[in-house]
Design a protein around this ligand. Structure first.
Ligand SMILES: C[S@@+](CC[C@H](N)C(=O)[O-])C[C@H]1O[C@@H](n2cnc3c(N)ncnc32)[C@H](O)[C@@H]1O
Length: 282
C-alpha cells in the first residue's frame, strides 16, 4: 500500500472535490472517472460511458435490481444504470457540490436516490442490494477494510460487487514511489493506493470471493493526456481558471501537476487500473 508521507487531515477528500467542482466538470465532465477506449476511436464521452457499461457488466446488474453506487460523484453512472437497466440506484457521495448537481439533473425524482453520506458510516440496511459498485472511490477511503465489509454487509447473499481502482505496481521502483506514487496520493487526496494483492486480500478478508481483476490500464490511460491538454487549454482561455491555479489561497491547485504525474505513472507501469469482480457467497 502506498501512503502519503504524512497522514491526510480529516475532510481533505471532500474539500478537494468541493473546491475543484467547476474545474472537474469543465475539464472532464459529469463522469469523474477514466474513459475506456476499446477501439481507440471512441469520443471521451463514449469512453466514460463504456467504462460505466463495463462496470455494470462486472457487477452483473440485471433489470430491476437494487444497486448501490459507492462514491457516486455527480451521479452520472448511477443515472445510466437507472436508464439502461431500470434499476433502483442509491448513490452516495461526501461532496455537497456533487450531490446538489446530481439532484438538480432531475429535481424531485427519487431514482437514483442521492445521499450526502460517508460510505464508512452509511447506515443502510443489511442485505438490501443485489449489486454494488465503487468507481474510483475506495482509493480515497482510509479504512478500506471497513469499506469492503460495509459492501459485504449491504449486499444480499449472492450479491455482486465491482470495484474500479487506481492500483500501485507490486514492485514499483524507488524513484517511481518518490516522484510519482507518493505525490499522487498526497496531492490527489488518497490515504492509500493499494496493489492488486492488497485489494484481493482486503476483499477476501471482508468475505468476498474475488472472481476476476481485469487490467484495463492501456485502455484507460489516454484519459490523462486529454485532461492535461484540456487543463492547459483552460489555463490560456479561462481567466477565472488561471487565477485559481495561480492563487496561493487555492488548496488543491497542485492537482494540475498531479495530472502529469499520473500520465507518466501509467507510461512507466508504476500505476495500473483494475476492475475487480467479487461476489458475496450464498
Ligand atoms: C474520483 S470520484 C469518482 C466519482 C464517481 N464514482 C464517478 O465515477 O463519476 C471519487 C468519489 O468518491 C467519493 N468518496 C470518497 N470517499 C468517500 C466516502 N468515504 N464515502 C462516500 N463517498 C466517498 C467522493 O465523494 C467522490 O464522489
Amino acid at each position: 500500500m502506498i501512503t502519503p508521507h504524512r497522514p491526510l487531515a480529516a475532510g481533505v477528500v471532500a474539500d478537494h472535490y468541493q473546491e475543484l467542482d467547476r474545474l472537474y466538470r469543465e475539464v472532464w465532465g459529469e463522469h469523474v472517472h477514466h474513459g475506456l477506449w476499446r477501439t481507440g476511436r471512441e469520443s471521451p464521452l463514449q469512453a466514460v460511458e463504456q467504462l460505466t457499461a463495463f462496470v455494470a457488466e462486472q457487477a452483473g446488474v440485471r433489470p430491476g435490481d437494487r444497486v448501490c453506487d459507492i462514491g457516486s460523484g455527480y451521479g452520472a453512472s448511477a443515472r445510466l444504470v437507472v436508464k439502461w437497466f431500470d434499476a433502483a440506484v442509491t448513490a452516495l457521495t461526501i461532496v455537497p457540490a456533487q450531490q446538489a448537481f446530481a439532484e438538480a439533473t432531475n429535481p424531485g425524482a427519487t431514482n437514483p436516490r442521492y445521499l450526502l453520506r460517508d460510505w464508512l458510516e452509511n447506515d443502510l440496511p443489511a442485505g438490501s442490494f443485489d449489486a454494488a459498485y465503487a468507481i474510483e472511490s475506495t482509493e480515497h477511503m482510509l479504512d478500506k477494510a471497513r469499506a469492503f465489509s460495509e459492501a459485504f454487509r449491504v449486499l444480499k447473499p449472492g450479491g455482486r460487487f465491482a470495484i474500479c481502482a487506481w492500483i500501485a505496481a507490486e514492485r514499483a521502483k524507488p524513484w517511481e514511489k518518490r516522484n510519482l506514487l507518493e505525490p499522487i496520493c498526497r496531492e490527489g487526496r488518497l490515504p492509500g493506493m493499494g496493489t492488486e494483492t492488497d485489494y484481493r486480500e482486503l476483499l477476501a478478508a471482508a468475505g468476498f470471493e474475488v472472481e476476476a481483476a481485469a487490467d484495463v490500464s492501456r485502455e484507460v490511460r489516454d484519459t490523462w493526456a486529454i485532461c492535461v491538454r484540456r487543463a492547459i487549454g483552460r489555463f490560456f482561455t479561462d481567466p477565472a481558471g488561471r487565477a485559481y491555479l495561480l492563487s496561493t489561497a487555492s488548496r488543491n491547485s497542485i492537482f494540475a501537476v498531479t495530472l502529469v504525474r499520473i500520465w507518466v505513472a501509467y507510461r512507466t507501469g508504476a500505476m495500473r487500473y483494475l476492475v475487480f469482480r467479487a461476489r458475496r457467497p450464498g
